[in-house]
Write a protein that binds this ligand. Structure first.
Ligand code: BGP
Length: 484
């Protein structure tokens, strides 16, 4: 008789923590030699449900370059992590973080993208951040490119649309790998690489106003350059720091069929394949045939240099990471694919949604984990998951039970996946401290365990205040996911 004892909890050494991105927290956008980044030319959205992150044209770029204030560009101010990192990391440590995911602002290291020498002051800032983490035994998980690049590279090469950007990026990666080797056990190349199909915020390529076909051509070409740059970075890291691991990062959006009609099931599979395509390339090292067919049928021609395919094949990632916020629904007769809007596809009547219309689906996290484990058999890492909400600060307190409920339900599903056999390295929830929203650039969309006293206009003391969820997460980590 076969009898197996199932693990009742998370494995020992499970990496609990939180994730942020430089352009949403650091501020200090124009000091200590930092160059302007693509994130800092994006204006705040006019409306909560309207996303502005890719709304950049040549005209708005010129306006942004000439504007030296922060009012319309909240990612220039962040939450001033640049000057508060000690306090913020101490709070993460108090919660018991085992890992902290953050990104390095490329334009802090290479202000113009192709500078002769890196900016020492920028490198020193991350020396300090890493030293602070080491003090508390918090492992760094560092994203090399989280939705920003030096704006100079947009001006010169139209961002990742230009092949030259590969060289610029790999100079940056080589520089930081050498500088921080033995200090960073986990690296990620491109944040939510698949959202490059939505445009500027990820590709740094201005293509607004072009036809859909022209945009797809530019975006998939830019993404090809990122695949190659990511593979080269993987090679560099393995040579420079043989114990460190590097992963891919996908915005995982499982798509469900609207009905059991096989045509809907197939339509959902198609949308899902276009999502998993990115991890297919980065984990398996080659373009899958279903995408070659898609490119062929849609007249998209990916220009490849002679060695590109060999480079991809020789340098797959060590592990696979993804963000998880929502799932989608599609039908074979659905009009448009919703690209450009994060909440793509139709509504799912079985799910509730956040104030921003993101459909909340904890079970979908288990489905995603199990699917990805089955498909790749490489360790997985959930590097973002969380609830953006309109928190209320009353008498110095924030009672965010809704956030606790959201996170608990997702963590429960992670646990189920682990019992199903998924090799899960860790969980960095998104935004342990309130920060500037990526999609709308507002401050009111709060994710944190730690409240930051700053409003949408940048007014406030920047004081950090623990929410109810702070103590809750501390217990979760302390009991290694037992007490939820
Ligand atoms: C992911 C991004 C993050 C982050 C998060 C929440 O897509 O990687 O940078 O911000 O989404 O999105 P938002 O800030 O728009 O709520």
């Amino acid at each position: 008789m076969y009898k197996k004892t199932y693990p009742k909890t998370f494995p020992k050494g499970f990496l609990w923590g939180g994730a942020t991105a430089a352009n949403q927290v650091e501020g200090a956008w124009n000091i200590d030699g930092k160059g302007m980044s693509t994130a800092e030319v994006v204006q705040k959205a006019d409306d909560r449900r309207q996303m502005s992150m890719s709304d950049v044209t040549q005209e708005t770029l010129q306006v942004a370059l000439a504007d030296t204030t922060v009012e319309r560009y909240p990612k220039r101010r962040g939450i001033d992590f640049y000057h508060h990192y000690k306090e913020d990391i101490a709070l993460f440590a108090e919660m018991g973080f085992k890992v902290y995911r953050f990104s390095i602002a490329w334009a802090r290291i290479f202000p113009k993208g192709e500078d002769q020498v890196p900016n020492e002051a920028g490198l020193v800032f991350y020396d300090h951040v890493l030293a602070e983490l080491a003090k508390y035994d918090i492992k760094p998980l560092v994203t090399l490119s989280h939705y920003e690049m030096p704006i100079a590279l947009t001006q010169k090469y139209n961002g990742w649309a230009g092949r030259e950007t590969i060289t610029a990026f790999n100079r940056f990666t080589e520089t930081v790998f050498n500088r921080y080797k033995k200090q960073v056990p986990y690296w990620l190349t491109f944040n939510e690489i698949n959202t490059g199909t939505w445009g500027f915020h990820e590709t740094g390529a201005i293509d607004k106003g072009l036809s859909k076909k022209e945009q797809l051509q530019i975006r998939y070409q830019a993404l090809h350059h990122q695949f190659v740059a990511s593979a080269i970075a993987t090679k560099q890291l393995h040579e420079i720091d043989s114990t460190a691991k590097i992963g891919s990062m996908l915005a995982r959006m499982q798509t469900y069929p609207a009905t059991p009609n096989p045509k809907d099931v197939r339509a959902a599979q198609l949308v899902d394949e276009k999502n998993l395509f990115f991890t297919d390339v980065q984990a398996r090292g080659e373009y899958p045939e279903y995408m070659n067919r898609f490119f062929y049928e849609n007249d998209i021609v990916i220009q490849m240099a002679e060695n590109d395919q060999a480079i991809l094949l020789a340098n797959p990632v060590d592990f696979i990471s993804f963000s998880y916020y929502m799932t989608n629904v599609t039908a074979h007769d659905q009009v448009g694919d919703g690209a450009g809007n994060m909440a793509v596809g139709g509504r799912n009547p079985y799910l509730k949604e956040s104030d921003w219309g993101w459909q909340i689906d904890p079970v979908g996290l288990r489905i995603s984990l199990n699917t990805m484990w089955d498909r790749y058999r490489k360790p997985l890492f959930i590097v973002e998951n969380g609830l953006g909400a309109l928190d209320k600060l009353e008498n110095g307190q924030v009672h965010d039970q809704y956030r606790i409920d959201y996170l608990r339900q997702h963590i429960e599903q992670m646990k189920e996946s682990i019992k199903d056999g998924v090799d899960l390295l860790g969980y960095t929830m998104w935004g342990p401290i309130d920060l500037i929203s990526f999609s709308t650039s507002e401050m009111s969309k709060r994710y944190g365990f730690i409240y930051v006293d700053q409003d949408d206009n940048g007014e406030g003391t920047l004081k950090r205040i623990k929410k109810d969820s702070f103590e809750w997460y501390k217990q979760v980590i302390k009991t290694n996911g037992e007490q939820l």
